[in-house]
Design a protein around this ligand. Structure first.
Ligand SMILES: [Zn+2]
Length: 70
């Protein structure tokens, strides 16, 4: 199978920030499969990682709180 959904992400920052790894300006990418991590748009590294269990950084990717998978 070929997965072509890698471009499905949300912007995290309103303005551009400098990546700590490659120095490029990025607005951060939050992927639905990793909602607590913000990736650099240039090098793809995780620049910010939020601990799981805290408020999600992506309000458009909320899941139903009453039906959590176990
Ligand atoms: Zn980078």
């Amino acid at each position: 199978m070929i997965c072509t959904a890698s471009t499905d992400y949300a912007r995290h920052y309103h303005d551009y920030v400098d990546c700590d790894f490659c120095g490029q300006a990025t607005r951060g990418r939050v992927y639905p499969q990793a909602p607590t991590a913000v990736h650099c748009g240039s090098c793809g590294r995780i620049i910010v990682n939020y601990p799981s269990g805290s408020d999600t950084v992506n309000p458009s990717c909320k899941t139903s709180s009453s039906r959590m998978r176990r």
